[in-house]
Design a protein around this ligand. Structure first.
Ligand code: MN
Length: 256
């Protein structure tokens, strides 16, 4: 049996290819899966569970519900685009809700799961935005507005952040190394899996508190890819982790 991790599908009716990759993945790649983790940005934007129909998300719900009904355990973690996904959506699609930065134990190994934007501490503007929209009062005020007005604001925010990104250097938008190291230490894990940066890769890190004499990397950080042009996912079978993206795959083994 396998555990699958996906993130950054950015599903939206505006980009039907990604939904096609998703449906294909759900039919072809989940046959051996007993657990699936969605680590944020499943949707390009989400303006509240009451807008599910308007956002055209019924297909996504049906696909996950089918697996949930077949006994697959599904976990949803919010990203910076779909942080307003709530209990109603999770119940409809068969998800258990996982807060950002959750530590889970899989096959006897502790793994830190996170969307990844919390590690981008050099992106000061985004961290400010994150603080604001995570406030209960901000969320309540937003969700109290009419659906069409919320969608307008989400599209506007998306356009703003897209134009901002073009002005930033690559290093700002990637994770900050010191934030990665402190996340490893804070959660006492040697493995973390996240998305957000759209730079799929298996990284090896040396973490100071566990440094060895022979310069061997002590920790692993796996970054999931986006679904703009293909499916991208991480598969865990026994001790082996394989990252699939753009017709390529790289593997590593769990370390303890
Ligand atoms: Mn993201």
């Amino acid at each position: 049996m396998s555990t699958l991790f996906i993130s950054d599908l950015h599903l939206t009716p505006d980009r039907p290819e990604s939904t096609e990759y998703f449906i294909k993945f759900m039919h072809e790649k989940t046959k051996l899966a007993n657990t699936i983790f969605v680590l944020g940005d499943l949707f390009e934007y989400w303006v509240g569970d009451d807008a599910t129909k308007r956002l055209g998300a019924h297909t996504v719900i049906d696909q996950f519900k089918r697996l949930a009904d077949a006994g697959v355990r599904l976990y949803f973690m919010p990203g910076n685009r779909d942080f307003l996904v709530g209990k109603k959506f999770c119940a409809q699609a068969g998800f258990e809700y996982l807060h950002d930065e959750s530590r889970v134990t899989l096959n006897g190994h502790k793994i830190l799961l996170l969307h990844g934007d919390s590690l981008c501490t050099d992106d000061v503007e985004h961290q400010k935005f994150r603080l604001i929209v995570n406030q209960k009062s901000w969320q309540k005020n937003f969700l109290d507005q009419p659906i069409e007005s919320r969608i307008e604001q989400a599209i506007h925010a998306r356009a703003m952040s897209n134009s901002d990104n073009e002005n930033y250097s690559e290093s700002i938008m990637d994770v900050t190394e010191s934030a990665v190291i402190s996340a490893f230490n804070q959660h006492s894990v040697k493995l973390m899996v996240h998305g957000h940066t759209h730079r799929p890769k298996i990284h090896k890190h040396q973490v100071e508190s566990t440094i060895t004499n022979d310069n061997t990397p002590t920790n692993i950080r796996i970054v999931l890819g986006d679904w703009y042009e293909q499916a991208s996912y991480l598969e865990l079978i026994d001790e082996k982790l394989t990252l699939y993206t753009a017709n390529q795959s790289t593997s590593t083994t769990l370390i303890s």
